[in-house]
Design a protein around this ligand. Structure first.
Ligand code: UDX
Length: 435
């Protein structure tokens, strides 16, 4: 099949490369000429394990192309995917659909023959109807089916998630479109991946309902962590104890500094807006958003408490800035709330992250170090904000010698309290008794 993918962000680029790897001919289109140039010369604009090789292999095999000009690819496409961003609209939290609608206008003017137009971007319920209206207005003769096909991939595990998903959701009742979508995902059919066909609005909502549920699950265990600290229980054992119940499931029960990233924060807020507008408010999600925002500030207070209540003039070493490991994405990263709360109180912060280079633009008054040991040198406290693998096996004796005093705040629970006590650290984690 011939696929045109509009947008070369996370979703667009990964989906495009994976569809090419499934054997389809894919052209990824982006207006950003610099990005297309970079991709054509083998560079990858984002950090995602395995993506560089996947792109290179498929370019070499003659199945994956990059272009700023969409004309040829759209005319020849069986399916045109819209994989552009839907950021939070400034001020009101609604999803900003201007890129989606601009893509729809562009496609409408160019399609030839029956074409399936698929939104992979996360879009609020009813967006497919709007796209259909754009087609009617711009090109009433266009023979298209507008389909919703939300993407559930996680950054850092994106290729695996695309190629071995728990399910694929396709929102269309059009039989010709269903046939095209079935063909596109054929390798997954062979793997017996459940492929769920629904009405378009249902599919659009499934994506938000899934992300909000996961955000809620994380927030639930974070609240349990606070309760564990208050009553002297261990949140990791609570998580295991409840997670073994098949109805609950053990995934996404890691307590931490609150969820961040490109999806949960914006999608929960957008869902809240949609639900209020529809007269069916989702109060659990509203509360989740509030608790998660507050949590990031609470984490700064935790650090201050671990230092005896005063950070003015003290040095805070920080390990990890990105919203999670294996990504360079800084969007809504807890570090962006925790660190300013510390510097505002007069702390000197020296931070290290293997890929979070963008933090240099987002955080002022922070020293960026080249490795974890440099971040620990002379520090009065060392705070782990993101659980990069390389922080799991630090030379702790060396860290202890480098620090001004051995105080460690582990916001991801990657170390064991008893080990840290044995090594002579004052150790604070999340939902476990401090030592
Ligand atoms: C998420 C969804 O998982 C994915 O299905 C959707 O398509 C996009 O949004 P992503 O944002 O890449 O993916 O990251 P994810 O691994 O879900 O983590 C999101 C945030 O939750 C991170 O800040 C992470 O640290 C946090 N998290 C996750 C926890 O604090 N505890 C957990 O147990 C899991």
């Amino acid at each position: 099949m011939h696929v045109a993918m509009i947008g070369t962000g996370y979703v667009g680029l990964v989906s495009g490369a994976c569809f090419a790897d499934f054997g389809h001919t894919v052209t990824c289109i982006d207006k950003d000429a610099g990005k297309i140039e970079q991709l054509r010369s083998g560079g990858i604009p984002i950090y995602e394990p395995g993506l560089e090789k996947l792109v290179a292999d498929n370019v070499r095999a003659g199945r994956l192309f990059f272009d700023t000009d969409s004309r040829e690819a759209i005319r020849g496409a069986d399916a045109v995917f819209i994989g552009v961003g839907t950021p939070s609209r400034r001020g009101d939290g609604y999803a900003d659909l201007s890129y989606v609608y601009a893509a729809a206008e562009e496609i409408a003017a160019l399609v030839e023959g029956f074409t399936v137009v698929v939104t992979k971007s996360t879009v609020p319920v009813g967006t497919g109807d709007e796209i259909e209206a754009i087609f009617k207005r711009v090109n009433s003769k266009a023979d298209v089916a507008v389909v919703s096909n939300p993407e559930f991939l996680r950054e850092g595990a994106a290729i695996e998630d695309f190629k071995r998903p728990d399910r694929v959701v396709v929102g269309t009742t059009d039989e010709r479109a269903q046939a095209v979508m079935r063909e596109l995902y054929r390798p997954l059919y062979l793997n017996e991946t459940p492929i769920l066909f629904t009405a378009r609005r249902t599919s659009e909502l499934i994506k938000y309902a899934a992300n909000a549920f996961l955000a809620l699950k994380i927030t639930y265990i974070n609240e349990m962590a606070d309760l564990c600290e208050a009553v002297g229980a261990d949140v990791q054992q609570v998580a295991r104890g409840i997670g073994l119940d098949g109805r609950i499931g053990g995934k996404f029960l890691n307590a931490g500094p609150g969820y961040g990233g490109s999806c949960f924060p914006k999608d929960t807020i957008a869902l809240v807006r949609t639900a209020r507008d529809a007269g069916a408010p989702v109060e659990l999600v509203e509360t989740t958003v509030k608790i998660n925002d507050e949590r990031k500030r609470a984490m700064a207070r935790k650090v201050i408490k671990a230092m005896g209540g005063e950070v003015k003039g003290k040095t805070v070493g920080v390990l990890g800035l990105t919203f999670k490991p294996n990504t360079d994405d800084m969007r809504d990263a807890p570090a962006l709330a925790i660190i300013p709360a510390l510097t505002d109180k007069g702390a000197k912060v020296q931070a290290f992250d293997p890929e979070g280079h963008e933090a240099r633009k987002l955080l002022t008054g922070v020293d960026f170090m080249d490795d974890p040991y440099a971040a620990a040198t002379g520090a009065d406290v060392l705070v782990i904000i993101t659980e990069w693998d390389q922080f799991r096996a630090l030379d702790l004796d060396r860290i202890k010698l480098l620090m001004n005093q051995p105080v460690l705040v582990d916001l991801r629970n990657i170390y064991k309290p008893e080990d840290m006590r044995a090594r002579g650290f004052a150790y604070t984690s999340v939902g476990r008794a401090p030592v």
